[in-house]
Design a protein around this ligand. Sequence first.
Ligand code: HEM
Length: 184
Amino acid sequence: MDTRVMDHEHGYGLASRFFHWSMFLLLLWQITSAVLHYALDDTAITDFFFGFHFSNGVLILVLAVLRGAWGLLNLSRRPSHAGALNRLAALGHVAMYLLLIAVPVVAIIRAYGSTRPFSALGIDIFASRANEIAWMTDLGGAWHGFLGWTLFALIAGHIAMAFMHTYAWKEPLIARMTKGDELG
Ligand code: HEM
Protein backbone atom coordinates (compact mmCIF):
# COMPACT_ATOMS: atom_id res chain seq x y z
CA MET A 1 0.00 0.00 0.00
CA ASP A 2 1.28 3.46 -0.92
CA THR A 3 1.53 5.74 2.12
CA ARG A 4 2.22 9.11 0.50
CA VAL A 5 -0.19 11.77 1.79
CA MET A 6 -0.34 13.93 -1.34
CA ASP A 7 -1.65 12.72 -4.71
CA HIS A 8 0.80 11.82 -7.47
CA GLU A 9 0.94 10.91 -11.16
CA HIS A 10 0.04 7.22 -10.60
CA GLY A 11 -2.50 7.43 -7.80
CA TYR A 12 -4.20 9.17 -4.91
CA GLY A 13 -2.55 9.84 -1.55
CA LEU A 14 -3.85 8.88 1.89
CA ALA A 15 -5.90 12.07 2.39
CA SER A 16 -7.76 11.76 -0.94
CA ARG A 17 -8.40 8.08 -0.28
CA PHE A 18 -9.77 8.88 3.18
CA PHE A 19 -12.17 11.45 1.67
CA HIS A 20 -13.21 9.10 -1.12
CA TRP A 21 -14.02 6.03 1.00
CA SER A 22 -15.51 7.83 4.00
CA MET A 23 -17.86 9.67 1.63
CA PHE A 24 -18.62 6.37 -0.11
CA LEU A 25 -19.91 4.97 3.22
CA LEU A 26 -21.86 8.13 4.10
CA LEU A 27 -23.44 8.21 0.63
CA LEU A 28 -24.39 4.54 0.94
CA TRP A 29 -26.32 5.50 4.06
CA GLN A 30 -27.82 8.52 2.28
CA ILE A 31 -29.07 6.54 -0.71
CA THR A 32 -30.51 3.87 1.62
CA SER A 33 -32.40 6.52 3.58
CA ALA A 34 -33.63 8.23 0.36
CA VAL A 35 -34.85 4.97 -1.22
CA LEU A 36 -36.64 4.02 2.02
CA HIS A 37 -38.17 7.51 2.26
CA TYR A 38 -39.42 7.19 -1.31
CA ALA A 39 -40.64 3.59 -1.18
CA LEU A 40 -41.46 2.75 2.46
CA ASP A 41 -42.47 5.94 4.21
CA ASP A 42 -43.80 5.64 7.80
CA THR A 43 -42.03 2.43 8.76
CA ALA A 44 -39.63 1.81 11.65
CA ILE A 45 -36.72 1.00 9.29
CA THR A 46 -37.23 4.28 7.38
CA ASP A 47 -37.43 6.22 10.65
CA PHE A 48 -34.12 4.65 11.67
CA PHE A 49 -32.22 5.37 8.43
CA PHE A 50 -33.90 8.71 7.66
CA GLY A 51 -33.35 9.78 11.28
CA PHE A 52 -29.69 10.32 10.35
CA HIS A 53 -30.39 11.84 6.90
CA PHE A 54 -29.95 15.47 8.02
CA SER A 55 -26.78 14.97 10.08
CA ASN A 56 -25.29 12.62 7.53
CA GLY A 57 -26.09 15.11 4.75
CA VAL A 58 -24.45 18.00 6.62
CA LEU A 59 -21.37 15.83 7.23
CA ILE A 60 -21.23 15.00 3.49
CA LEU A 61 -21.37 18.75 2.75
CA VAL A 62 -18.47 19.52 5.14
CA LEU A 63 -16.38 16.69 3.68
CA ALA A 64 -17.24 17.72 0.09
CA VAL A 65 -15.96 21.27 0.71
CA LEU A 66 -12.75 19.99 2.35
CA ARG A 67 -12.31 17.37 -0.35
CA GLY A 68 -12.83 19.95 -3.10
CA ALA A 69 -10.21 22.24 -1.55
CA TRP A 70 -7.79 19.31 -1.18
CA GLY A 71 -8.47 18.30 -4.80
CA LEU A 72 -7.64 21.81 -6.05
CA LEU A 73 -4.44 21.82 -3.98
CA ASN A 74 -3.44 18.50 -5.59
CA LEU A 75 -4.74 19.20 -9.09
CA SER A 76 -1.34 19.41 -10.77
CA ARG A 77 -0.12 16.20 -9.10
CA ARG A 78 -3.09 13.94 -9.88
CA PRO A 79 -3.15 11.27 -12.64
CA SER A 80 -3.68 13.09 -15.94
CA HIS A 81 -7.11 13.24 -17.60
CA ALA A 82 -5.94 13.82 -21.18
CA GLY A 83 -7.97 12.40 -24.10
CA ALA A 84 -11.68 12.74 -24.89
CA LEU A 85 -13.02 9.99 -22.55
CA ASN A 86 -10.82 11.14 -19.68
CA ARG A 87 -11.98 14.71 -20.14
CA LEU A 88 -15.57 13.49 -19.98
CA ALA A 89 -14.69 11.66 -16.75
CA ALA A 90 -13.19 14.87 -15.32
CA LEU A 91 -16.40 16.72 -16.23
CA GLY A 92 -18.41 14.01 -14.45
CA HIS A 93 -16.20 14.40 -11.37
CA VAL A 94 -16.77 18.17 -11.32
CA ALA A 95 -20.55 17.60 -11.68
CA MET A 96 -20.46 15.21 -8.70
CA TYR A 97 -18.57 17.75 -6.56
CA LEU A 98 -21.08 20.48 -7.47
CA LEU A 99 -24.04 18.22 -6.62
CA LEU A 100 -22.42 17.05 -3.37
CA ILE A 101 -22.51 20.71 -2.38
CA ALA A 102 -25.78 21.84 -4.04
CA VAL A 103 -27.98 18.96 -2.76
CA PRO A 104 -27.40 19.55 0.98
CA VAL A 105 -27.20 23.36 0.58
CA VAL A 106 -30.64 23.47 -1.04
CA ALA A 107 -32.03 21.31 1.82
CA ILE A 108 -30.41 23.58 4.43
CA ILE A 109 -31.93 26.67 2.75
CA ARG A 110 -35.32 24.92 2.91
CA ALA A 111 -34.79 24.12 6.60
CA TYR A 112 -33.84 27.76 7.28
CA GLY A 113 -37.01 29.01 5.58
CA SER A 114 -39.33 26.53 7.31
CA THR A 115 -41.09 27.11 10.62
CA ARG A 116 -39.41 24.10 12.27
CA PRO A 117 -36.13 24.28 14.20
CA PHE A 118 -33.16 22.54 12.56
CA SER A 119 -30.34 20.67 14.22
CA ALA A 120 -27.66 18.40 12.79
CA LEU A 121 -24.68 16.52 14.25
CA GLY A 122 -26.02 17.32 17.72
CA ILE A 123 -25.79 21.08 17.10
CA ASP A 124 -28.83 23.40 17.06
CA ILE A 125 -28.36 25.26 13.80
CA PHE A 126 -31.59 27.26 13.29
CA ALA A 127 -34.34 28.07 15.81
CA SER A 128 -37.98 27.89 14.72
CA ARG A 129 -39.45 30.95 12.98
CA ALA A 130 -43.02 32.29 13.07
CA ASN A 131 -43.49 32.64 9.30
CA GLU A 132 -42.25 30.44 6.52
CA ILE A 133 -40.05 31.99 3.79
CA ALA A 134 -41.84 30.51 0.79
CA TRP A 135 -39.09 30.85 -1.87
CA MET A 136 -36.71 28.96 0.41
CA THR A 137 -39.04 26.06 1.12
CA ASP A 138 -40.13 25.96 -2.55
CA LEU A 139 -36.50 25.84 -3.72
CA GLY A 140 -35.81 22.77 -1.60
CA GLY A 141 -39.13 21.18 -2.45
CA ALA A 142 -38.46 21.57 -6.18
CA TRP A 143 -34.77 20.66 -6.33
CA HIS A 144 -33.49 18.65 -3.36
CA GLY A 145 -34.93 15.24 -4.30
CA PHE A 146 -34.39 15.73 -8.05
CA LEU A 147 -30.73 16.76 -7.71
CA GLY A 148 -30.19 14.03 -5.09
CA TRP A 149 -31.39 11.31 -7.51
CA THR A 150 -29.28 12.89 -10.28
CA LEU A 151 -26.23 12.66 -8.00
CA PHE A 152 -26.94 8.98 -7.27
CA ALA A 153 -27.29 8.28 -11.02
CA LEU A 154 -23.89 9.93 -11.68
CA ILE A 155 -22.34 7.90 -8.87
CA ALA A 156 -23.74 4.68 -10.41
CA GLY A 157 -22.17 5.67 -13.76
CA HIS A 158 -18.90 6.52 -12.02
CA ILE A 159 -18.74 3.07 -10.37
CA ALA A 160 -19.66 1.31 -13.63
CA MET A 161 -16.89 3.18 -15.52
CA ALA A 162 -14.29 2.39 -12.85
CA PHE A 163 -15.10 -1.34 -13.32
CA MET A 164 -15.08 -1.04 -17.14
CA HIS A 165 -11.61 0.56 -17.11
CA THR A 166 -10.22 -1.97 -14.69
CA TYR A 167 -11.75 -5.27 -15.85
CA ALA A 168 -12.88 -4.77 -19.49
CA TRP A 169 -10.08 -2.49 -20.70
CA LYS A 170 -7.42 -3.79 -18.28
CA GLU A 171 -6.39 -0.32 -17.04
CA PRO A 172 -5.93 -0.85 -13.27
CA LEU A 173 -7.59 2.42 -12.39
CA ILE A 174 -9.36 1.23 -9.21
CA ALA A 175 -5.92 0.59 -7.63
CA ARG A 176 -5.23 4.36 -7.76
CA MET A 177 -7.96 4.83 -5.13
CA THR A 178 -7.42 1.57 -3.13
CA LYS A 179 -3.68 0.83 -2.91
CA GLY A 180 -2.89 4.37 -4.01
CA ASP A 181 -0.68 3.32 -6.93
CA GLU A 182 -1.73 1.80 -10.26
CA LEU A 183 1.75 0.42 -10.89
CA GLY A 184 1.50 -2.19 -8.15
C1 HEM B 1 -25.45 14.94 -0.05
C2 HEM B 1 -26.41 14.96 0.85
C3 HEM B 1 -27.84 14.55 0.56
C4 HEM B 1 -28.35 13.73 -0.41
C5 HEM B 1 -27.58 12.99 -1.50
C6 HEM B 1 -29.81 13.68 -0.22
C7 HEM B 1 -30.70 12.99 -1.04
C8 HEM B 1 -32.06 12.99 -0.90
C9 HEM B 1 -32.99 12.37 -1.81
C10 HEM B 1 -32.61 11.64 -3.09
C11 HEM B 1 -34.24 12.57 -1.32
C12 HEM B 1 -35.56 12.14 -1.98
C13 HEM B 1 -36.24 10.99 -1.27
C14 HEM B 1 -37.62 10.78 -1.87
O1 HEM B 1 -37.80 10.99 -3.10
O2 HEM B 1 -38.51 10.38 -1.11
C15 HEM B 1 -34.12 13.33 -0.09
C16 HEM B 1 -35.18 13.73 0.71
C17 HEM B 1 -35.08 14.61 1.77
N1 HEM B 1 -33.91 15.17 2.27
FE1 HEM B 1 -32.04 14.82 1.58
N2 HEM B 1 -30.13 14.48 0.85
C18 HEM B 1 -28.97 15.04 1.36
C19 HEM B 1 -28.87 15.92 2.42
C20 HEM B 1 -29.92 16.43 3.15
C21 HEM B 1 -29.82 17.41 4.21
C22 HEM B 1 -28.54 18.07 4.69
C23 HEM B 1 -31.09 17.63 4.66
C24 HEM B 1 -31.54 18.58 5.76
C25 HEM B 1 -31.14 19.81 5.82
C26 HEM B 1 -32.00 16.81 3.89
C27 HEM B 1 -33.36 16.77 4.05
C28 HEM B 1 -34.25 16.01 3.31
C29 HEM B 1 -35.69 15.98 3.50
C30 HEM B 1 -36.50 16.78 4.55
C31 HEM B 1 -36.21 15.11 2.54
C32 HEM B 1 -37.70 14.74 2.31
C33 HEM B 1 -38.36 15.75 1.43
C34 HEM B 1 -37.85 15.71 -0.02
O3 HEM B 1 -38.01 14.68 -0.69
O4 HEM B 1 -37.25 16.71 -0.44
N3 HEM B 1 -31.25 16.11 2.97
N4 HEM B 1 -32.78 13.57 0.13
